[in-house]
Design a protein around this ligand. Structure first.
Ligand SMILES: [Zn+2]
Length: 340
């Protein structure tokens, strides 16, 4: 027979993994973790969106059991033998043990509401989701798979930016990822970018901000640099709340803020608008981003009343509407307008 003690445990003596205190401003509720998992780790009282792991994100977005991960064993290399307060290799091992990942990105192919997508998700819990050579490579490979299979590219960002420990190798990822993203766009394959808390630094300055549709989670921190650096650069005081998703949507930088519970449905709806046309990009044309020559050819063709072609040889099928490098929405497929 169990002995009943005449007192209850102190309120602050719960096991630490049982409860989470909501950090939302003016909230502070103690949330039961199992309940929090059921609400996709969104506070039921104030709507605060907790950060979630890359795996959890994939589970929430894709059809159950449809995800096939690629390059899970891609592992970072400490090319610079970098040491700050501790060696980079030690930081990597600690993060790998903590998250079960080799690096801060997961990519693969899967189905979202029955539609195939190439998806890459960044994981903030692995060294702040920072973009080193492996993260950049995975983003690039996700883009290349989208190109090859002509299926939409979906990238969910959650990153503090470039990985300082990889120095210039890290900065080179901005160019590499943008190169692939531009090819995806030139080939008229849709790219949906989801910015979650936080999307800052090098990810913000490269692929995260250039989706055909840019979605964001509520109150997500989105910016390039910290307040002091940003204010110093432009020599002005920054407006309050400038680094939050709500500010960016008012200024047309983010297309829509979508609560986590609606994110999957929202992307599914977008995928049904953003259809991939099979006949647009001929082989070899995908390698060109914005090309002044083909743009001018397209313009000449349009002005001279030709349906397509024009002088020279337009290389990426832009002659029909001349929107090279811009949104991949077809005519009449306006998805949404920024509010405000
Ligand atoms: Zn809360």
């Amino acid at each position: 027979m169990p002995v009943r003690l005449p007192f209850r445990p102190r309120r602050d003596a719960y096991p630490p993994d049982l409860w989470t205190k909501c950090p939302g401003p003016s909230c502070g509720e103690m949330l039961f973790n199992k309940q929090l998992d059921k609400t996709l780790r969104v506070c039921p009282h104030c709507g605060h969106h907790f950060r979630i792991s890359g795996r959890a994100r994939i589970d929430q977005l894709l059809d159950q059991g449809s995800f096939v991960e690629r390059d899970a064993d891609l592992t970072p290399v400490d090319s610079l033998a970098f040491v700050d307060s501790k060696p980079y290799t030690d930081r990597l091992v600690a993060a790998q043990l903590q998250t079960g990942l080799r690096d801060a990105a997961i990519w693969g192919l899967g189905l979202l509401a029955g539609k195939p997508v190439s998806i890459c998700v960044l994981d903030f819990f692995f060294m702040g989701g920072s973009m080193g050579s492996v993260v950049g490579e995975k983003v690039a490979r996700a883009g290349e798979a989208a190109l090859e299979n002509r299926i939409p590219l979906l990238i969910v960002s959650s990153s503090g930016g470039a990985r300082m420990q990889e120095g210039t190798y890290s900065l080179m990822q901005l160019v590499k990822t943008m190169g692939v993203v531009e090819r995806v766009k030139a080939a008229r394959v849709p790219f949906i970018s989801v910015m979650t808390d936080p999307t800052t630094g090098g990810t913000f300055a490269s692929f995260a901000a250039v989706g055909d549709v840019n979605l964001a989670e509520p109150n997500a921190l989105i910016r390039f640099a910290g307040d002091r650096v940003s204010a110093g650069t432009i020599g002005e005081e920054l407006p309050p709340g400038y680094a939050r998703a709500e500010f960016w949507v008012r200024h047309g930088f983010v297309d829509r803020i979508v609560p986590r519970s609606k994110l999957r449905d929202e992307i599914a709806a977008l995928l049904s608008f953003l259809t991939v046309q099979a006949d647009v990009a001929p082989e070899g044309a995908a390698g060109t981003g914005f090309s002044p020559r083909s743009f001018l050819s397209a313009l000449t063709g349009a002005l001279s009343g030709e349906g397509s072609g024009g002088i020279g040889s337009p290389t990426n099928g832009t002659a029909t509407n001349g929107t090279n490098g811009e949104s991949r929405l077809g005519a009449g497929q306006k998805v949404e307008e920024p509010r405000g």
